[in-house]
Design a protein around this ligand. Structure first.
Ligand code: NI
Length: 173
């Protein structure tokens, strides 16, 4: 496996703003991409990664939440319920966090590493990560979805009390 370069917003690479096309078939090249993304994401460290973040415009995401690994192609949210509000960060926007509202529970359909159709039910952090990564596939960043622009902060500029609160809550996806 190979560690891939993670594209950040500072690079001005349009891949982060493009709508990624669907995967036609989950073949060995897609499996290799999924494996390299998983390794890159875990090393970063982050709990979710989308293919455009490694400069590949395809609908592929990886997630690792509560020690469960997901390698998914063409993920689609087919049901969303409730609301959760928390600080979020992104491997493509290093050092920044902001408050984002997401659905509390989602059901997502996708193809797994073997090209089989699967349904994943997630709540809390898993639901948040799924929504954040699918946004990446549509060229949307968490900074487009802030509850309020004033919640976008540099992690290293937060005071002790607020820093501890945000660090406890924030998830890098
Ligand atoms: Ni992200």
């Amino acid at each position: 496996m190979t560690l891939l370069h993670i594209v950040t917003v500072a690079e001005d690479n349009p891949v982060l703003r493009r709508k990624a096309p669907r995967v036609g078939r989950v073949d060995d090249s897609i499996r290799r991409l999924m494996d390299d993304m998983m390794e890159t994401m875990v090393a970063a460290p982050g709990v979710g990664l989308a293919a455009p973040q490694v400069d590949v415009s395809l609908r592929v995401i990886t997630l690792k939440v509560d020690n469960q690994l997901f390698h998914l192609a063409n993920p689609e949210i087919i049901r969303a319920e409730g609301e959760q509000i928390a600080y979020e960060g992104c491997l493509s926007i290093p050092g920044m966090v902001g408050e984002v509202a997401r659905a509390e529970k989602v059901v997502c359909k996708a193809l797994n590493r073997h090209g089989k159709q699967v349904r994943i039910k997630g709540n809390g952090l898993l639901a948040r990560a799924i929504q954040h990564e699918i946004d990446h596939l549509d060229g949307i960043l968490f900074t487009d979805r802030l509850t309020d622009p004033s919640t976008l902060r540099r992690v290293d500029e937060l005071g002790d009390e607020e820093g501890a609160k945000v660090e406890g809550e924030a998830v890098t996806v």
